[in-house]
Design a protein around this ligand. Sequence first.
Ligand SMILES: [Zn+2]
Length: 369
Amino acid sequence: MKRFRVTALALSPVVIPVEGFITGSSFRGALAYQYLRSNGFPDPNKDELFQRAFVKERLLAAPLYPGHSVLPLTSLSCKRNPGFRRGGSSGPHGVIDLLWSKIADAPRPNSCPVCGQDLKGLHGFYSENTQQKPFTVLETHVGIDRVSRTSADGVLYTLHTLEPGEKLYGVVYVLDDDLEPLLAERVYCGAEKTRGRGLLRLTWEEEQIPTEEERQNAWLSWNEELRIRISDNKEDFYFTLTLDSETIIVDRFLRPSTDPADAVSWLPKCHPGAQKSFGRGTLRFITGASQSQLIKGWNSAHGLPKEQDIATGRGSVFCYSFQGDDTDLAALIHELYILELEGMGLRRGEGFGRLSISSPFHAAFSEVR
Ligand SMILES: [Zn+2]
């Protein structure tokens, strides 16, 4: 398994959804099309490499976001002057993450410590403590009647486009090393490709996948730092799942669900007081913040709309605790390591179901910064 950070530079205007990023499904389709095109359009049903990468999902594409990371739904900022603090007294009034005070049952901050105005949820993307918003324009077009070549009645439409020069970022996993040549240098992505829209230049950088020991050390120090703040502490280990992309979960009757327990059998249900045995120890659900989102899409190969799914939104956070002995804790950490690497839920080849365990964001922004 190899992990690559991809930077996509827009070389022409790129039509993107109103959410302001390229979906993993769309990016995967662009890579698949580029592979077929550069190989003289072989029959995808008979091409072994194509089947393995895009049908058997051995290449896990990712959404391309305007920042390196997603802001968790627990992050807040000043209503009047939102954003990460920069040096000096002018500029945004800082960001605070509520998760740790929720876990510790500490009083929740209500107002901005700088100006006293209300705090409001800060959503979207960030890179290196700066909120990232792509520079986009809204273009209005008139549909053309194919016969008369004049404007068609009732066909006025708008396109939300990313301007040339803007950059988007993602992380792609290649599960078989021989699929690496499929990581193209240029792709066309999004709508209106036949008019030259959607050209992206891709830069790939291989990233070392951290070892289980490295992740364990990071999670244990995150837990120790949190436990210091909790006065009446009976739990041994706290961890969170923070969703880095939309996650499609279904329960055992195939109904849409926003509970990670329906995707990961050893987790307790996410409602207050829920608990489940893990080895000789106990896992408990502590708190969370989540929202659901409707996933739509277009299947270019079939020329039909994709099936709609209800997903748990990116930035959703679920916090759990564990009480038990060291052997079971080691087993739990191993399960968490696998979960973070593999993600959870359906359609992971399209970049759904990515998550971070005990994201350092919750520790770094537990106080206003
Ligand atoms: Zn303020």
